[in-house]
Design a protein around this ligand. Structure first.
Ligand code: PMP
Length: 424
């Protein structure tokens, strides 16, 4: 059994919030799958660097050089964190959404894309520019997911380019997907695979080499760094051959005026090709700091802690039949610290509002930007829910509780007690 570490210190752990019943309580941030509070260590690292930051790459001054070094070192730290192959690129983006859209813009002509309907919208929707997109039905088990992908890929033209996009851990059920097996299936049929690690990277070690995925995307704000930074890492070839994601300075090596009045551009062939404009150096530095902090804490003990928190919820609510957890692969399937549920007799939005007002617990209610999956799990019409995560009043929706490296046991115990009391 790996040892269970103490919660890592995070920002906001002493924030007091008012209760509708009077008084105050320390805020329990149990919506970490949406955004996780930054690690204190990340914040301290950023604060130490902040007085010295400067523009990267073209500055001759000392602080520009310092920032350039830190930015490029951050790239190396992320490559190590993801156990990238030699020759892989690490592109700094704004988020997972941005990373997957970047890859979608870099697809070779005629590329087919295969994606399960269960994906987060960020992984489901960017592929509209592809030659053809095949949406696969939600599987009942990891083995069925692999079999469904095998079947879908077997029918395609093996000579054309193809991409599979899959989540490592669901943002709705927390369940782990069989990434290595899906990657093997993709490669056996000449397809590439991109891993949406937005929910996986904060909770489990991700090795590009071991999983044998072609690309990985994740977001800084879910990995205990602040907002505004993300990563797309992986194979250089499609990225090098694609038009720059954004056209502008930093992406271009040389720009010359032609005799006929137009301009000729030579673009960079490395990550810079897709990082036009002044990059988010502090964001990249913060992501690298978070990667180091998580590696030092050790994913085995981080995961063991989260497993214990998930167990505490399951066991604490086992005798409350009104609480029904949502899962594709079964309630006991391995998962990260993310659980969604409905409460019989309750509107999920009202339940989430009561957790906040009466107990100072922050969870999420809605469809979690994964409408087809939540619809399927709830087995009904969601009442035409319109916006991402914000269903119309009265619509069928769910509640999600999620933990991170900084979640104290007390928050989870309070959640279990609150659910029991509200149901009663
Ligand atoms: N994929 C998954 C699995 C997610 O959970 C999320 C965020 N909820 C995203 C992609 C998109 O991440 P971001 O909003 O940071 O772009």
């Amino acid at each position: 059994e790996p040892s269970v570490c103490a919660p890592l210190p995070v920002l906001g752990r002493d924030v007091a919030v008012p209760l509708v019943t009077g008084g105050e309580v320390t805020y329990a941030a149990l919506d970490q799958a949406a955004s996780a509070p930054a690690l204190q260590r990340v914040w301290d690292d950023v604060a130490a660097y902040a007085p010295y930051y400067g523009s990267v790459h073209r500055g001759a001054g000392y602080l520009s050089q310092l920032s350039t070094d830190l930015f490029e070192n951050a790239r190396r730290t992320v490559a190590e964190f993801l156990d990238c192959r030699d020759g892989d690129e690490v592109v700094f983006t704004r988020s997972t959404t941005d990373s997957l859209n970047l890859l979608a813009a870099a697809l070779p002509d005629g590329c087919e894309v295969f994606v399960f309907e269960t994906e987060h919208h960020a992984a489901l929707l960017p592929w509209r520019r592809a030659g053809r997109v095949t949406f696969l039905d939600a599987p009942d088990s990891p083995a069925q997911a692999v079999a469904a992908l095998e079947r879908a890929l077997a029918d395609r033209d093996p000579h054309g380019p193809a991409l599979v996009c899959v989540t490592g851990a669901s943002n709705v059920t927390g369940e782990l997907w069989p990434v290595r097996e899906l990657a093997a299936a993709a490669h056996a049929h000449g397809a590439r695979i991109v891993l949406d690690a937005a929910q996986l990277a904060p909770h489990r070690a991700v090795s590009v080499r071991e999983l044998d995925v072609d690309w990985v995307a994740f977001s800084g704000h879910k990995l205990y760094a602040p907002f505004g930074s993300g990563v797309l890492a992986g194979r250089a070839d499609w990225l090098r051959e694609a038009e720059p994601y954004l056209a502008g300075g930093g992406a271009s090596r040389t720009v010359v005026r032609r005799a006929d009045g137009g301009v000729d551009v030579r673009w960079h062939e490395t990550a810079a090709r897709h990082e036009a404009g002044s990059p988010n150096v502090i964001g990249a530095y913060a992501v690298a700091s978070a990667c180091k902090a998580l590696t030092e804490a050790g994913f085995e003990s981080l995961a063991a802690r989260e497993d214990a928190l998930v167990r505490a919820v399951r066991e604490g609510l086992a005798d409350v039949p009104e609480v029904r957890f949502l899962s594709l692969f079964g309630d006991d399937a391995p998962r990260v610290g993310v659980l969604s549920f409905v409460v019989d007799g309750w509107n999920s939005s009202h339940f989430a509002a009561a957790l906040s007002a009466e107990y100072g617990i922050g969870v999420r209610d809605g469809l979690f930007c994964a409408h087809p999956l939540v619809r399927r799990l709830l087995g009904g019409d969601t009442g035409g829910a319109g916006e991402c995560g914000a269903p119309e009043p009265g619509a069928l929706n769910a509640i999600r509780v999620s933990f991170g490296a900084g979640t104290p046991e007390e928050h989870v115990a309070r959640f279990v007690r609150a659910v029991r009391e509200l149901v009663r």
